[in-house]
Design a protein around this ligand. Structure first.
Ligand code: GTP
Ligand code: SPV
Ligand code: MN
Length: 611
């Protein structure tokens, strides 16, 4: 790297910043050549200043303050609307450590590429330096990172999604391991050049160096591409740290459920992107006496506690939730959470200065400005909001936030659930026969593609542990770690029980059979019964499913015929399912753990037994 002479106009390096952090930032400043450097303190005043600047620049549009106080709309460049999995790289020293599911480029080659891209990339812009904590500041499971970025939108988002600022910086001492996150939108400004509202670059690189705990992101300002604390750190790099240290980074929501009898259980659930994590985390039970509270909606770090039992924290501090499909009738808690102090991205604007998206109300307004800033009416051919439009809001604002969501030791995990979008084959709910069977369920998880990433929506793909785009290592090593961590927890007195759910099975009319959302409490209730060794079951290819009468489906508005459809087993399709799982596992080669292969053999035997 050639370091050119470069003096930014102003730099406000805090006196207490760890010299290693300062040295890393200085090097980046010399290379990317920003006009100014701002170390973020995370204060409300700083946030207000950033917002004012972005309103001036046209990046944020203030919403009607009477309808939605302190809230703003951002419209991204139409080329920058979701995570770019094809442009995401794991640059481990050895290719086999990235495994077959990741794009791999030798680290030296990628460093050379990034070196070229970052050179002068921040000219004409401000570089923000954001120290942040993943987890409550000072907690034993909490980790630290520092992200530099030239996007004030990313600063605002990171300030909501993490504990960002001086308190985090104060935790980074000479012995602290911290993750280096370098981000630029890749759009330097010439002197006097007018900026655009959403600077980005058509060239995009989201790159990870697992061994050195580094993330380098170029060209995008959207979501997981740019808020590096989230998927890049809390899942990709954290899965590697967990591999080394014996804990699990999981793409899982975390909730607390309380039964009418006052039993409290904590549940982590892993569903792929846009498959219902936020909704499940905020479930409003339709059954009286039941209560669900939210600890997290996307990521859980699961680690053995001092007693050997598995405990989890939500490393994040906010929600970056899918807007379309979120309405008063489906997720009133999310609607309440975003009543104020929320940043909306790529939703539609109403004539009275509020936001709208498909599914918010049954009838669309007669006129809107769509996510691209164009006039829209119900006759328009395209949706008013982008399908991956999102809201960014502090978790503390959620009315169902659980009082233990910031417990530094985490909460004991009683059950783990996997789920995906499956129109066929997969039953509404099944319990794994064992931890190993549960790991098999997670490893072979599949889902129909959604708009949260590029690719053809609706196409089925295997998404092991809902981590396909988020594992920073060989996926089979991740499964091995799950087997080991579970075995250790069992030896220490009990691992969580594992379940699989599918809210998305479709009938012959092409509609979802199960009403979902608040009615999912029926499934949670059965899961809690199973944790107590109650709740009648029958055994089958997917494990234990509820026996006839074990779930009062009539109360959920599902008649006997529809209920049977939710659990129907079609031998030919299940044989095809197992063959597909087998081919999928073969793709992972010799690293596939023997217990996972053994579970597949068992599944095939159970399918063969069907009539
Ligand atoms: P990411 O933030 O991308 O990780 O998504 P997520 O897993 O948090 O998904 P989210 O809860 O935002 O839901 C995505 C979509 O699934 C929305 O359109 C929801 O309305 C829909 N959805 C969620 N839960 C259910 C359910 O129980 N039944 C049905 N039919 N749809 C659901
Ligand atoms: C997901 O795709 O799972 C998200 C959105 O939560 S992003 O943060 O962009 O990855
Ligand atoms: Mn979500």
């Amino acid at each position: 790297m050639t370091i050119t002479e470069h003096e930014p106009r102003t730099v406000n390096t805090p006196a207490d910043a760890d010299p290693r952090v300062v040295a890393w930032v200085d090097k980046l400043v010399a290379h990317a050549q920003p006009d100014e450097v701002v170390w973020c303190d995370g204060s409300p005043a700083e946030r207000r200043g950033l917002i004012a600047g972005m309103v001036d620049a046209g990046t944020l549009l203030p919403l009607n303050d009477k309808k939605r106080p302190n809230s703003y709309l951002a419209r991204s460049n139409p080329d920058d609307v979701a995570r770019v999995e094809g442009r995401t790289f794991i640059c481990s020293a050895k290719e086999e450590d990235a495994g077959p599911t990741n794009n791999w480029v030798p680290p030296s080659q990628m460093r050379e590429t990034l070196d070229g891209l970052f050179r002068g990339a921040m000219r004409g812009r401000t570089m923000y330096v954001m120290p942040f904590a993943m987890g409550p500041v000072g907690g034993p499971l909490t980790r630290y990172g520092v992200q530099v970025t030239d996007s004030p939108y990313v600063v605002l988002s990171t300030g909501t999604m993490t504990r960002m600022g001086s308190a985090a910086l104060a935790q980074i001492g000479p012995e602290t391991e911290w993750v280096k996150c370098a981000h630029t939108v890749g759009a330097p400004l010439q002197p006097g050049e007018q900026d655009v509202v959403w600077p980005c670059n058509r060239i995009k690189y989201i790159t990870h160096f697992p061994e050195t705990r580094e993330i380098w992101s170029y060209g995008s300002a959207y979501g997981g591409n740019a808020i590096l604390a989230k998927k890049a750190f809390a899942l990709r790099i954290a899965s590697v740290i967990g591999q080394d240290e014996g804990w699990l980074a999981a793409h899982m929501l975390l909730l607390k459920v309380t039964s009418p009898r006052g039993e409290v259980r904590h549940i982590a659930a892993g569903f792929p992107s846009a498959c219902g994590k936020t909704n499940f985390a905020m479930l409003q039970p339709t059954l009286p006496g039941w209560k669900v509270e939210t600890l997290g909606d996307d990521i859980s770090w699961i680690a053995p506690g001092p007693d050997g039992r598995l405990r989890a924290i939500n490393p994040e501090a906010g929600f970056f939730g899918v807007a379309p499909g979120t309405g008063r009738d489906t997720n009133p808690v999310a609607m309440d959470t975003m009543e104020r102090d929320t940043i909306f991205t790529n939703v539609a604007l109403t004539d009275d200065g509020d936001v709208w998206w498909e599914g918010q109300t049954p009838e669309p307004p007669a006129h809107l400005i769509d996510w691209r800033g164009r006039d829209w009416t119900p006759d328009s051919d395209e949706p008013a909001a982008h399908p991956n439009a999102r809201f960014t809001v502090s978790a503390a604002q959620c009315p169902t936030i659980s009082d233990d969501w910031e417990d530094t030791d985490g909460v004991v995990v009683d059950a783990i659930i996997f789920g995906g979008r499956r129109a066929t084959n997969v039953p509404l709910v099944a319990q794994a026969r064992s931890w190993q069977h549960g790991v098999f369920m997670g490893a072979t998880l599949a889902s129909e593609r959604t708009a949260a990433a590029e690719g053809t929506v609706g196409e089925l793909r295997r998404d092991p542990f809902a981590m396909l785009p988020f594992a920073g290592l060989h996926m089979a090593d991740h499964w091995r770690k799950w087997l080991d961590v579970g075995a250790a927890a069992e030896a220490a007195g009990g691992a969580p029980k594992i379940f699989q759910v599918n809210w998305f099975r479709k009938g012959s009319d092409g509609k979802f059979i199960w009403p979902g959302f608040g009615e999912n409490i029926h499934v949670l209730k059965w899961i809690l019964e199973r944790l107590d060794g109650q709740g009648e079951t029958q055994d089958g290819p997917f494990g234990y499913t509820p026996a006839e009468g074990a779930i009062d489906h009539d109360r959920a508005g599902v008649d006997d015929a529809a209920w049977a459809e939710l659990f129907a087993l079609d031998k030919a399709s299940l044989e095809a399912e197992a063959a597909d799982a087998e081919a999928f596992l073969r793709g992972y080669g010799a690293k596939v753990p023997v217990p996972v292969k053994a579970q597949l053999a068992q599944m095939k035997e159970r399918i063969a037994e069907l009539d």
